[in-house]
Design a protein around this ligand. Structure first.
Ligand code: VGL
Ligand code: ZN
Length: 209
């Protein structure tokens, strides 16, 4: 599967807080870096997303007295899982992992900066209606298929891939270049949605074969 100029690699949230030692560490989060750096060689177009929260963001348990991380609450736009404080704007935890190759990235898209609303997807905030602008960017640049890698498989990668399909893009996840949080069956749940939405899963090695 050789990518063309109409394909783009979207690298999701490979930030210090999602890697071992970080505030919201994904198990083996840093294991995505080697396959991502290798996969970049196969792509003409590369975009990164960066989780970029205001201090006291409403997705943080610390913003809700009496609530603990990983509990779920209802916000105006529906259910929201509460997280430890993470990826706060300008902090080291919000930075990209130092081993990730950034040189060839054409765009860094920040998301989750509005204090009252979370944004798992790179395309829409968690109300599923407020766009980030990414779809317009991709369409203006003639991109028709998006390949996904990064963190976390069952949250920001998965939500982004599902939104890509809703917006009419083909979506392919590089499975070995992602790691999951796996909270309350979140991997099994999102994989059912991948099947229904025709999000494809491949191994990154098949890009360079
Ligand atoms: C993410 C939870 C909260 C992710 C971001 O990048 O998957 N997950 N914020
Ligand atoms: Zn976040």
């Amino acid at each position: 599967m050789r990518p063309t100029s109409r394909d783009l690699l979207l690298i999701v949230d490979v930030q210090n807080d999602f890697c071992p030692g970080g505030a919201l560490a994904v198990p083996e989060g840093d294991a995505v870096i080697a396959p991502i750096n290798r996969s970049m060689q196969a792509f003409e177009h590369i975009v990164l997303t960066q989780d970029w929260h205001s201090p006291r963001h409403h997705s943080f348990a610390s913003a809700h007295p009496g609530k603990q991380p990983y509990e779920q609450i209802e916000l105006d736009y529906g259910p929201q899982t509460l997280w430890p404080d993470h990826c706060v704007q300008g902090t080291p935890g919000a930075g990209f992992h130092p081993d990730l190759h950034l040189i060839r990235a054409e765009l860094i898209l920040r998301k989750g900066f509005r204090p009252e609303i979370d944004s798992y997807s790179g395309f829409f905030e968690n109300d599923h209606v407020t766009p980030t602008g990414l779809a317009g960017y991709l369409r203006e640049r003639g991109i028709t298929r998006v390949f996904f890698a990064g963190l976390a498989y069952d949250y920001c990668v998965g939500y982004s891939a599902l939104d890509a399909r809703r917006l009419g893009f083909d979506a392919v996840i590089l499975r070995d270049a992602c790691r999951a949080i796996d909270l309350n069956g979140s991997v099994a749940a999102i994989e059912r949605e991948f099947t229904a939405a025709r999000v494809n899963l491949i191994e990154s090695a098949s890009l360079l074969a």
